[in-house]
Design a protein around this ligand. Structure first.
Ligand code: PMP
Length: 380
């Protein structure tokens, strides 16, 4: 029998949709994928070259447990250049993706029974990370009418003497919301708490840059990675920037559980940070065009978008006037219209009655998918 801990890890419902979409495709059907949360772009050429060169040069061994010093320095330079904040390499741990960075952060930060405040809807795996470390996820429902903003006031209401931290994600999956500097500043000012800031969608905001929490406090764990901005999901590379008093604990945990992140992938990461400005600019502009096209398209079909999403590559649309069972609706859309979408319930109870549409797919696919959805909803 698996442990209770393992049984408590909630599944990602979108995987059911993906599996069914795969069956349909295997049977020769065409399916448009708006459910997938990963870039459709190829990894920039300079990054691939750097990895190939590194393998040829024999960079295929363990690295320092905290990560290669050159990559950690490049991450410091990146945060300085983008946000003007000063971070030193001894506050950085390089991991095999943002997911392990979240896992290790919770292990180092959260004592059994301590609480971490998260937003609902929010990234589906967050409660698993908190609860996997023995903590308790305290959910704050954000509302569509208020633009799904995770406000300092709503957070303040649920702070207790067991609260250890506040987990924020701006730009957000699934809502595309970018938090304002003033909200970040207020969240950073809550006494004795740590902010865990998932900045994996940084660089993908279309109406002004997203601020980092480090502009407002060093009492924070910033988790970030290369999956989204650099189209590197399969490379598995991420990092966490932490307060210096956690340095030795982070090192010990990583040494013991993971040893180090992949060596040649770390070298590719340096290239991603230093040589991809043009690639990133192109990807961002393309996402933005698709974003605007899809928002208009979904509205024309009759779905409600209360406030325009300005970051990541998702639109979280309201279908409550059509259905309050997002799982059944997502399935129906796949069976009848051959379009994959993610049910809002995947992101918590606050996401029920919504669907998440990803625009990390080509403009041709977006046009075709919207045509299919228009027919489907016209008959609904
Ligand atoms: N945080 C958020 C908000 C995400 O959407 C994802 C990927 N879906 C992750 C973390 C994990 O990313 P990685 O591939 O770096 O593990």
């Amino acid at each position: 029998m698996p442990t209770e801990r393992a049984e408590n890890v909630k599944p990602f419902i979108v995987m059911d949709i993906l599996a069914r979409a795969g069956e349909l495709e295997k049977a020769g059907e065409s399916v448009i994928h708006f459910e997938v949360g990963e870039p459709d772009f190829d990894t920039p050429e300079s990054v691939k070259e750097a990895a190939i060169e590194a393998i040829r040069a024999g960079k295929t061994h363990y690295t320092h447990a905290m990560g290669m010093p050159e990559l950690r320095q490049a991450i410091c330079d990146h945060y300085h250049k983008e946000y003007g904040v000063s971070v030193t390499p001894d506050r950085i741990l390089v991991t095999s993706g943002t997911s392990p960075a979240l896992f290790l952060t919770m292990m180092a930060l959260v004592e059994k029974g301590e609480e971490v405040i998260i937003s609902n809807p929010g990234y589906a795996c967050y409660p698993n990370f908190v609860e996997g470390a023995g903590g308790k996820a305290i959910e704050v429902i954000t509302s569509a009418e208020d633009g799904f903003v995770f406000t300092p006031d709503s957070i303040k209401e649920v702070i207790s003497d067991r609260t250890r931290g506040i987990l924020i994600n701006s730009p957000s999956n699934p809502t595309g919301v970018v938090m304002s500097g003033s909200d970040l500043s207020r969240i950073a000012s809550f006494d004795n708490l740590y902010v865990i800031s998932d900045e994996i969608y940084h660089g993908l905001s279309y109406c002004g840059r997203a601020d980092t929490i480090l502009q407002y406090t060093d009492r924070a764990f910033v988790v970030n990675g290369f999956s989204k901005l650099y189209a590197m999901t399969g490379w598995r590379l991420g990092y966490v920037i932490f307060p210096s008093e956690f340095s030795r604990a982070m090192e010990r945990i990583h040494q013991s559980f993971m040893i180090s992140a992949n060596s040649f992938v770390q070298i590719a990461g340096i290239s991603a940070l230093e040589n991809t400005e043009v690639d990133i600019q192109n990807m961002r502009e393309t996402y933005d065009k698709r974003r605007r096209f899809m928002i208009d398209g979904l509205k024309a079909i009759g779905l409600k978008i209360h406030r325009e999403p300005t970051g990541a590559f998702y639109i979280f649309a309201d279908i409550r006037h059509i259905s309050t069972d997002s799982y059944a609706e997502a399935y129906n859309i796949l069976e009848k219209a051959r379009v994959g979408v993610t049910p809002g319930i995947d992101f918590g109870s606050g996401g029920e009655g919504f669907l998440r549409f990803s625009y990390a797919t080509s403009m041709d696919n977006i046009k075709e998918g919207l045509d299919r959805l228009a027919k489907y909803f016209a008959e609904r």
